[in-house]
Design a protein around this ligand. Structure first.
Ligand code: ATP
Ligand code: FE
Length: 353
């Protein structure tokens, strides 16, 4: 009894079909490349693009799975948090399919999808086993930077998060200062390979604080002060490379410190998992791997295509919830642009008497 999931909370349109065990039967992701040219996501354009892409994308995913719409037993979609336009488009489309097929619908929290993904069978290498509860999840993406204790399916405790920029934003903004394109993270990592991570002394915001909060704006400002003297477009390549390496080092140092504090807050966890696009960063991954082995716990990072926004994670979260005996949602369920993980059930629309 396969389920079909749709993800449209940001700029990627994604669809996936999973069987009852979580095996990925078919998957498609359409990245809205136009945003790169515009230097960021334009919500209105993203919503229109989702609407345009969804019918063909669902069809393609069904084809890849070798299935027809009538074979699908449940339709799931991201209902928050995210850009409201995209959320409405994706969830309405899934609801429409559910109604047309006479099958149930389930609305899924995007963050829940990210943090449960390391348990998705397709995310595991042959030599890995799924992280058992409880584990510590670090979500570092374009829109998020937070530490969550995952006690069980549906039992999440946010231990801390960023008080200003997300980790991805920090990478993107600094990359822009260094004259790199968007998204900046991968370009910055590449440039940093030619730089000296000790060339510039940059701040380590919040390092040593007894919390698991993050801050990146001071670090960003410090980089900009070193860029300023050269003026726009006249930054020597070596200076840029040294700044990139020093910035990456500072971020990694701070993250390591914050995660060690988080692990002190939840000493009972048996694994550290990381998700989100910034998890692609090899320097960061390596350091996290090191602190996990220091603490004698497992470290898991899903493959990149499952770290960034995808629909398999939404389908998987739906499966985990069903496994816990939860029932599908009412078709009237409204998407929520802000939806804290602690409030699992999206607010039902007010029914007039
Ligand atoms: P969200 O998942 O929060 O809804 P998003 O779609 O922007 O938002 P992702 O696709 O998970 O987030 O991640 C994109 C972010 O990851 C970008 O900010 C990008 O710069 C960053 N990123 C990607 N690769 C790397 C890397 N190698 N090093 C650092 N940052 C990276
Ligand atoms: Fe995401």
């Amino acid at each position: 009894t396969p389920l079909l999931a749709i993800e449209t909370s940001c700029d990627d349109t994604a669809c996936a079909i999973l069987d009852a065990h979580g095996t990925l039967l078919g998957e498609s992701v359409l990245s809205q490349e136009d945003h790169a040219a515009l230097g960021g996501v334009v919500p209105e354009l993203a919503a229109r693009a989702h609407l345009k892409a969804l019918p063909d994308l669902v069809e393609l995913t069904l084809q890849r799975a070798g299935l027809e719409l009538k074979d699908i037993a449940l339709f799931a979609a991201t209902t928050g948090p995210g850009l409201i336009g995209g959320l409405i488009v994706g969830s309405s489309y899934a609801k429409g399919l559910a109604m047309a097929c006479g099958k149930p619908f389930m609305g899924i929290n995007h963050i829940e999808g990210h943090i449960l993904t390391p348990r998705l069978p397709a995310a595991l290498r042959p030599d890995e086993t799924a992280p058992a509860f409880p584990y510590l999840a670090l979500l570092v993406s374009g829109g998020h930077c937070q530490c969550i204790a995952v006690e069980d399916t549906g039992q999440y405790r946010r231990l801390g998060g960023t008080i200003d920029d997300s980790a991805g934003e920090a990478f993107d903004k600094v990359a822009k200062m260094l004259g790199l394109g968007w998204p900046g993270g991968p370009a910055l990592e590449k440039l940093a390979r030619d730089g000296n991570p000790r060339a510039y002394e940059l701040p380590r915001p919040l390092k040593g604080r007894p919390s698991c909060d993050f801050s990146f704006s001071g670090l960003k400002t410090a980089v900009s002060r070193h860029v300023e003297p050269y003026g726009r477009d006249a930054l020597p390549r070596q200076v840029a490379a040294d700044l990139a390496a020093s910035f990456q080092q500072a971020v990694t140092d701070v993250m390591t410190d914050r995660i060690l504090h988080a692990l002190d807050m939840v000493p009972h966890v048996t694994s550290l998992v990381v998700a989100g696009g910034v998890a692609a960063n090899t320097v960061l991954r390596q350091r996290l791997q090191e602190i996990a082995s220091q603490r004698g716990i497992a470290f898991l990072a899903p493959p990149l295509q499952l770290c960034t926004d995808n629909a398999a994670m939404i389908g998987w979260a739906a499966l985990e919830r069903l496994k816990q005996g939860e029932i599908p949602d009412d078709i009237s369920l409204a998407p929520r642009p802000r939806w804290p993980l602690s409030e699992r059930q999206p607010h039902q629309p007010h029914t007039p008497h």
